[in-house]
Design a protein around this ligand. Structure first.
Ligand SMILES: NC(=O)C1=CN([C@@H]2O[C@H](COP(=O)(O)OP(=O)(O)OC[C@H]3O[C@@H](n4cnc5c(N)ncnc54)[C@H](O)[C@@H]3O)[C@@H](O)[C@H]2O)C=CC1
Ligand SMILES: O=C(O)[C@@H](O)C(=O)[C@H](O)[C@@H](O)CO
Length: 329
């Protein structure tokens, strides 16, 4: 089943971003604020509407949406408080929960959502840390429950990490994936494992960057320049595991042993890195690694990736052209 009408419960940074992403993809969406705001409620809801409109208007400035379409897209978003939530919740065929990252608050919101929607409507949390099974107890029908971890800013970042719990039905995952694909997102399905994919990876490098500042290895500015120009542009093209295959598992294995001796156990080579090295799967040079490389097409594959690099570097204004360099007198 493809979701054609969505509700987002939670009207903060992520709730607004998700709503903007859905409307941008032509999907009607109701944003529901569950917090009791007393006399401030109307002003809060108006602020949320204005902020979503501003995010969509920014897309006009960026050339991603025509000015003629702005009003129509904005009109796909309704923003309501709990008192007016009955109709949009009953109409929703998928719900994203985006309340604060506090287990009790999430459980309360999930129980409320379940009571408001149809029996089989999938409910996706957007939690960036809790596992599906840790929250599923809030629902009487956990088969409909999963997590969809959007990246921030949700209206722009294409990746959404979709994770199931032990009770999640394949149908709930399929409906969520279909919706995400329909609005131009790139869903990846992963196990309900702490940190999913991106938060787990980035927690390691973000903490390492902070350690480097504390150790005086480099300034925050220089580390961030290195990340933007080196690390970031490279990994916009090559996946981490793909790059292991490019550089060779043996290179990573030896470097990791050296770093773990010098800097600490956290740099020790992963067992799979060692296993690939010793089983003749060092990467492109062996014709196999995390990926298999067909000798007949590997040259084309490399040329394609180099062309991809050039495009990414050009987009960030860092592609060197020969004509820029002065000739020796
Ligand atoms: N901020 C980020 O960069 C990312 C956040 N997430 C996840 O998205 C979810 C939402 O996070 P944000 O949008 O950043 O939070 P936020 O704080 O910006 O928004 C939460 C919304 O819930 C409301 N709220 C506060 N207390 C409440 C309560 N007791 N009951 C109901 N609503 C309440 C807030 O007023 C606000 O409207 C969290 O689970 C977070 O882990 C996921 C990816 C990135
Ligand atoms: O990458 C993202 O947008 C999110 O995963 C977050 O920033 C999370 O809140 C997470 O990484 C917490 O550290």
């Amino acid at each position: 089943m493809t979701a054609r009408q969505v509700a987002v419960v939670g009207a903060g940074r992520m709730g607004q971003g998700i709503a903007a992403a859905l409307a941008f993809g032509n999907v009607p969406v109701a944003v529901v604020d569950l917090r009791d705001r007393g006399a401030d409620a109307a002003a809060y809801l108006e602020g949320v509407r204005a902020s979503i409109r501003q995010a969509l208007a920014h897309k006009v400035t960026l050339g991603l949406l025509t000015v003629e379409d702005l009003d129509g897209v904005t009109a796909l978003v309704t923003v309501v408080g709990e008192v007016d939530a009955l109709t949009p919740m009953a109409a929703a065929d998928l719900v994203f929960e985006a309340v604060p990252e506090v287990a009790e608050v999430k459980r309360e919101a999930l129980a409320w959502i379940e009571a408001m929607v149809g029996d089989t409507v999938p409910i996706a949390s957007t939690t960036s840390s809790f596992l599906v099974d840790e929250l599923a107890g809030a629902l009487s029908a956990p088969a409909r429950f999963l997590n969809a971890h959007w990246l921030n800013p949700a209206d722009l970042m294409p990746l959404v990490e979709v994770a199931s719990g032990t009770a999640t039905s394949p149908g709930a995952v399929d409906t969520t994936r279909e919706l995400l694909l329909a609005v131009g997102k790139v869903p990846v399905v992963c196990a309900a494992s702490p940190g999913y994919i991106v938060p787990r990876l980035q927690a390691l490098v973000m903490n390492e960057a902070a350690r480097m500042v504390a150790e005086g290895v480099a300034s925050a500015e220089d580390i961030d320049t290195a990340v933007r120009i080196g690390f970031g542009s490279r990994f916009a093209v090559l996946g981490l595991l793909e790059f292991i295959d490019w550089g060779g598992c043996d290179t990573l294995f030896h470097a990791s042993n050296y770093l773990s001796r010098e800097l600490g156990e956290r740099f020790a080579p992963a067992p799979l890195v060692e296993a690939n090295m010793t089983s003749g799967r060092r990467g492109i040079s062996d014709g196999a690694g995390f990926y298999d490389f067909d000798p007949a097409t590997v040259a084309d594959y490399r040329a394609q990736r180099i062309a991809d690099f050039a495009r990414v570097l050009d987009a960030v204004g860092r592609l060197a052209r020969h004509e820029e360099f002065s000739t020796a007198d």
